[in-house]
Design a protein around this ligand. Sequence first.
Ligand SMILES: *[C@@H]1O[C@H](CO)[C@@H](O)[C@H](O)[C@H]1NC(C)=O
Ligand SMILES: *[C@@H]1O[C@H](CO)[C@@H](O)[C@H](O)[C@H]1NC(C)=O
Ligand SMILES: *[C@@H]1O[C@H](CO)[C@@H](O)[C@H](O)[C@H]1NC(C)=O
Length: 479
Amino acid sequence: MAEKQTTLVCLVAVTVLLLIQVVESDIGVNWGTISLHRMSPSTVVDLLKDNKIQKVKLFDADPDVMKGLMGSGLEVMVGIPNDMLALLSSSVAASDLWVSQNVSRYMVKGGVNIRYVAVGNEPFLTSYSGQYQSYVVPAMTNLQQSLAKANLARNVKLVVPCNADAYESSLPSQGTFRPELTQIITQLVSFLNSNGSPFVVNIYPFLSLYGNSDFPQDYAFFEGTTHAVTDGPNVYSNAFDGNLDTLIAALAKIGYSQMPIVIGEVGWPTDGAISANLTAARVFNQGLAKHVLSNKGTPLRPGVPPMDVYLFSLFDEGAKSVLPGNFERHWGIFSFDGQSKYPLNLGNGPLKNAKDVQYLPYRWCVANPYKNLAEAANHFKIACSYADCTTLNYGGSCYGIGAKGNISYAFNSYYQLQKQNPRSCDFDGLGMVTFLNPSIGECRFLVGVSDHTTSSGFMLHNNWISVLIILWDAWLFLM
Ligand SMILES: *[C@@H]1O[C@H](CO)[C@@H](O)[C@H](O)[C@H]1NC(C)=O
Ligand SMILES: *[C@@H]1O[C@H](CO)[C@@H](O)[C@H](O)[C@H]1NC(C)=O
Ligand SMILES: *[C@@H]1O[C@H](CO)[C@@H](O)[C@H](O)[C@H]1NC(C)=O
């Protein structure tokens, strides 16, 4: 009797666990690689594992990154860039080749655990004026066949990360897809549904706030609001839920009210705009993590949070286009060198920093204080056209460090980008290497990371230069 009871209790417990597992949301990260300073993929994979981040979303299938992920057990979403969609939609051979080169070859023992292929990235974005949208479903059709031929269709699901501007409405329950997209999205969702794939959407309350001065500040966060949105019986206290339910209503309108949803990107930048700062990013991302992990769901799907949520982003990416704004290079929860920017708990304790990061020597390039800097403007411009100087602008962490500070910052950013090549600190004699950290308050003058390709011969040569520079610095300092 007692034994039977225990069995029953166990059974119930297992069932409950299974049920919980079904609705439990996982937090993963986007790993973009449009960086100026790249850490070795194995260091990045260790960072993910140390932080118990199990899921990672990529924007392509970079062989170096894929090699780093081999044997890690992490669940991976690889991506296909938009500019490949036309080819993949029109050529079965190209689709077969893409799958064999970028999926099959990694799906081996000790390989990469690829779960999803993202077909395009936000291909329906309004600013693309429809140039990709007709390729999406045909490309998926080809890729699905290629996966089936490779015997991978059951393990690898095709998805399409959609921008939130694919749908609209002032009240969540009234959500609809943009009229010109309704037909294509209906085809897409029907395709996803028949293959057991989720709908992937990117949601950015930051952009709503940044782009609209009337947007109520506190509605962007998860801490209660004085601007709740009342929609019939439902009350929305944060933009994330409001946006998600707008999508859920839009999906219901085309006949897919039960479609599972994954958040492909969500996050908050830390620099490059007034509303992009460390405090706001911490409050938003921590609020989001708490909200998602509570499994509360939304008013239209109570108790059913998104299947997975991928934070944007793992790292800052200093080479991204700043067309959307200077903040675009500052989305990381970690800085480019794997250091956590602010305390954040994604359910496994505070974030841990990357270990064994290979920094270049601790030295910086600054404007020589003994030189007339009137001639520096052109050097400043050129340095900043290669390196990232976005923090110097209004709203950035280095705004207000003065004209000389600006020049030093630009010189240093360029010097580090050039892996501290001594010639890259010349600037017609206006630059000077220093061993005193020139960082001022919040404004961090970076030291680059090594790319692991430096030959030992170069290192030796480099060390001699270091010694000479130390002597020169000491002399300047003593003068
Ligand atoms: C595989 O993916 C990489 C990275 O996205 C891309 O450069 C390459 O062209 C792809 N291979 C094929 C055959 O399309
Ligand atoms: C940081 O961003 C928040 C939210 O957008 C804003 O209210 C606040 O003023 C910003 N803080 C600073 C110091 O600029
Ligand atoms: C420093 O550079 C930024 C960005 O170019 C500029 O907006 C600012 O006015 C500069 N400051 C000074 C004192 O020149």
